[in-house]
Design a protein around this ligand. Structure first.
Ligand SMILES: Cc1cc2nc3c(=O)[nH]c(=O)nc-3n(C[C@H](O)[C@H](O)[C@H](O)COP(=O)(O)OP(=O)(O)OC[C@H]3O[C@@H](n4cnc5c(N)ncnc54)[C@H](O)[C@@H]3O)c2cc1C
Length: 542
C-alpha cells in the first residue's frame, strides 16, 4: 500500500451520521480504538443544525425527534452532554383550507376531548383503537434494538433466532396476530376509512403517519406507520413521544459525538472515504479520497447501502447476487425541505388566541387523504405537484436561541416530490419548488411571503449531493414491507454483517431503518462486539 499518514485502529466508522456516532460510542465504550471519518465539515448526517443566514440556525433536514431510543440516551448519557427535548404539544396540528386549526394534543384525555368536537363516535373509537395500537406496538418494540432473525432454518443460529422471536410473542392472541399482519400489509387509508367517519380526524392521523414513505396513504404497507409512531421515544420511553430538540436536531449528534470522544473515539470531519480496502474477502481498512490509507480489521459503514456497496467497493469484491439485490433497493425521493428565516412570527389563520408559543409551533398543511393520494400520484410520474403537502415547524417558537430576537425560523418538510423528474432538472426547478411551498403556506399564513429574509430549498438532488443520501432517500432505502426486518438491507444480510468479513452496515439502511433512532448504530455495534469477542478479528497493531 502506498502510504502517507497511516495509522491502525480496531474499528473505522465511515460516516458521522447520528448512527455512525452511536456505533462509534458503543465500540469505544467497549475498549476498541475507533475512528469516525465524516465527509462533511460537520458531524450528524441528516441530524444537524446549520446556519442558514447570519446568526440564524435551523434543523436543515430532520426536524422532530420522536423515536430516539431511550436506551441510547441513557447508555451514552446524552442528557449530561447537553441533549434536552421538549415534548411537542400538540403532537400534531393540522391547518385546514377552511381556516380551522385542529390540534392533536399530546395528553390523551385532552386529545379525546378535541376529537369529540368533531365526532363523538370517533372519539370513542380512538380510545379503543389507541389502546389496541399501543399494545401491538409494545410487541414490536424489543425488535428495534436487536438484529432481525436469521431466516435459515438449516442452521443452529436460525433455530435459536426463531426461538427468540417466538418468545417475544408468547402472550400474543390469535386476534392480535391477525391485527399485526393487517398493519404490516394494509394501507393507512383503508384502516382509517374502516374505523373513523370524520375526515378531520382521518387527516390528523394522515398528518402523523406517512412521512418519508414512497407511496400514497392507500398503498399497501402504509398502515405500519401507526405502530412505528407508538414505539416509546424520548428520555422516558413515552409511547407516541414527539420532541423539539433544544438547539435543533444537531444537538443530538453533538451529544453523541461528545459521548464518543469522552469514551475515546476519534472523529475526523472533512475526511471523505473513497474506497473500502479488502483482500481475499476480508476488510483491511479504508482509503480516503486524498489517498490516505488507514488500516482496521473492522469497518462499519454509516453510508447508505447503495453508496457503500456500489460506490466504495469494486463489484468484484462482492457476490454477484448480492450486488444485484443492492441495485434493486428502492430509493427515489420522495421528499424535500425548505427552510426559512422570517422577519416576524408567521400567524396561521384559525390559531386560537389562547395558544402559547409552543402551541404555535407545528402546522401540517394537508387537507385530506384524497389530496395526499393525488399528490403522490402526480409525483410518482416525475412531476412536482402544483398543490403540495407541507409540514411547517416554527422552530424558534420552541427554542428562541435559534435566531436573533424578533426573527423566526420555520422549517418546511415537503412530502411527495420525485427524485427523477419527467422534464428538466432539479437545478432548474429548485426555485419553482420554493415558490410553490411559499404559495401553499400563504394560503394559511398570508404574511409569510413578505416576511421571508432567507430561503434554503433542498430538493431531493440537494439531499443527495449535500447529505450523501442516494436518490435523496431520507431512510437509506424505502421502509416498505419488502425492505424491512430480515429483508433489510437485502434478504440474507439483515444482521449488520456483509459478504465481506469485517465490513458491517450501521446506518438507516440496516434494520430497523430510518428516522433518528440510534437503533441501527446501537445494534451494529453490539453485533460487531459479539463477533470481536468470539475472536474473529485481531486487535490492531498500532
Ligand atoms: C429532509 C429530511 C427530514 C427528515 N425528518 C425527520 C424527522 O423529523 N424525524 C426523524 O426521526 N427522521 C427524519 N428524517 C430521517 C432521518 O434524519 C434519517 O433517517 C437519519 O438521520 C439517518 O441517520 P444515519 O446516521 O443512518 O445516516 P445519515 O444521517 O445519512 O448519515 C450518514 C453519514 O455518512 C456520511 N458519508 C456518506 N458517505 C461517506 C463517505 N464516503 N465518507 C465519509 N462519510 C460519508 C454522510 O455525509 C453522513 O454524514 C429526515 C431526513 C431528511 C433528509
Amino acid at each position: 500500500m502506498p502510504v502517507h499518514a497511516r495509522k491502525s485502529y480496531d474499528a473505522i466508522v465511515i460516516g458521522g451520521g447520528h448512527n455512525g456516532l452511536t456505533a462509534a460510542a458503543y465500540l469505544a465504550r467497549a475498549g476498541l480504538s475507533t475512528l469516525v471519518l465524516e465527509r462533511r465539515e460537520i458531524v450528524g448526517g441528516c441530524c444537524v443544525t446549520e446556519e442558514i443566514a447570519a446568526g440564524c440556525r435551523a434543523s436543515t433536514t430532520s426536524y422532530i425527534a420522536s423515536m430516539l431510543r431511550p436506551e441510547v440516551i441513557s447508555d451514552l448519557r446524552l442528557a449530561d452532554h447537553g441533549l434536552r427535548m421538549v415534548p411537542c404539544d400538540p403532537a400534531i396540528q393540522v391547518a385546514f383550507p377552511d381556516g380551522r386549526v385542529v390540534p392533536w394534543w399530546a395528553e390523551r384525555d385532552r386529545a379525546v376531548a378535541e376529537f369529540r368536537k368533531h365526532s363523538p363516535a370517533d372519539a370513542e373509537t380512538f380510545v379503543r383503537v389507541d389502546d389496541q395500537l399501543k399494545k401491538l406496538a409494545r410487541y414490536l418494540q424489543p425488535f428495534f434494538l436487536e438484529p432481525p432473525p436469521e431466516i435459515s432454518a438449516n442452521s443452529v443460529n436460525g433455530w435459536s433466532d426463531l426461538f427468540r422471536v417466538g418468545k417475544r410473542f408468547r402472550s400474543i392472541s390469535s386476534q392480535e396476530i391477525c391485527q399485526l399482519l393487517s398493519f404490516l400489509t394494509g394501507s393507512l387509508g383503508e384502516f382509517l376509512d374502516r374505523h373513523y367517519a370524520s375526515e378531520t380526524i382521518k387527516t390528523l392521523f394522515l398528518a402523523n403517519n406517512v412521512y418519508g414513505k414512497h407511496g400514497g396513504p392507500y398503498q399497501p404497507g402504509t398502515a405500519i406507520g401507526l405502530l412505528f409512531h407508538l414505539l416509546g421515544g424520548g428520555e422516558h420511553g413515552l409511547q407516541g413521544f414527539y420532541g423539539h430538540v433544544m438547539g435543533g436536531m444537531g444537538a443530538i449528534s453533538e451529544a453523541l459525538a461528545t459521548a464518543g470522544r469522552k469514551l475515546g473515539a476519534e472523529i475526523r470531519t472533512s475526511s471523505p472515504v473513497g474506497q473500502i480496502e479488502s483482500r481475499n474477502g476480508r476488510v483491511l481498512g479504508v482509503a480516503l479520497e486524498d489517498g490516505t490509507e488507514i488500516c482496521a480489521p473492522l469497518v462499519l459503514s454509516n453510508a447508505d447501502p447503495k453508496r457503500t456497496f456500489l460506490n466504495l467497493l469494486p463489484p468484484r469484491e462482492l457476490p454477484h447476487e448480492f450486488v444485484h439485490a443492492v441495485r434493486g433497493i428502492k430509493m427515489a425521493g420522495p421528499c424535500a425541505k425548505v427552510n426559512l428565516v422570517l422577519s416576524e412570527e408567521p400567524h396561521f389563520t384559525g390559531t386560537p388566541a389562547s395558544h402559547t408559543a409552543l402551541e404555535r409551533t407545528f402546522y401540517t398543511l394537508v387537507p385530506s387523504l384524497e389530496f395526499a393520494e393525488r399528490c403522490y400520484d402526480i409525483s410518482k410520474f416525475g412531476e412536482i405537484p402544483e398543490e403540495l403537502w407541507v409540514d411547517c415547524v416554527v422552530a424558534s417558537n420552541a427554542d428562541d436561541s435559534l435566531a436573533p430576537p424578533g426573527t423566526h425560523i420555520m422549517t418546511c418538510f415537503v412530502q411527495y416530490v420525485p427524485y427523477h423528474l419527467r422534464t428538466g432538472t432539479w437545478d432548474e426547478k429548485r426555485d419553482l419548488l420554493g415558490e410553490r411551498v411559499i404559495r401553499k403556506i400563504a394560503e394559511h399564513a398570508p404574511k409569510v411571503p413578505s416576511s421571508v429574509l432567507a430561503r434554503q430549498v433542498l430538493t431531493p438532488l440537494d439531499l443527495e449531493r449535500t447529505y450523501g443520501l442516494t436518490e435523496g432517500n431520507i431512510f437509506h432505502g424505502d421502509l416498505t414491507l419488502e425492505q424491512m426486518f430480515f429483508m433489510r438491507p437485502v434478504p440474507g444480510w439483515s444482521q449488520y454483517r456483509t459478504p465481506l468479513e469485517g465490513l458491517y452496515l450501521c446506518g438507516a439502511g440496516a434494520h430497523p431503518g430510518g428516522g433518528v433512532t440510534g437503533a441501527p448504530g446501537h445494534n451494529a455495534a453490539k453485533q460487531v462486539l459479539r463477533d470481536w469477542k468470539r475472536g474473529r478479528f485481531k486487535r490492531s497493531a498500532a
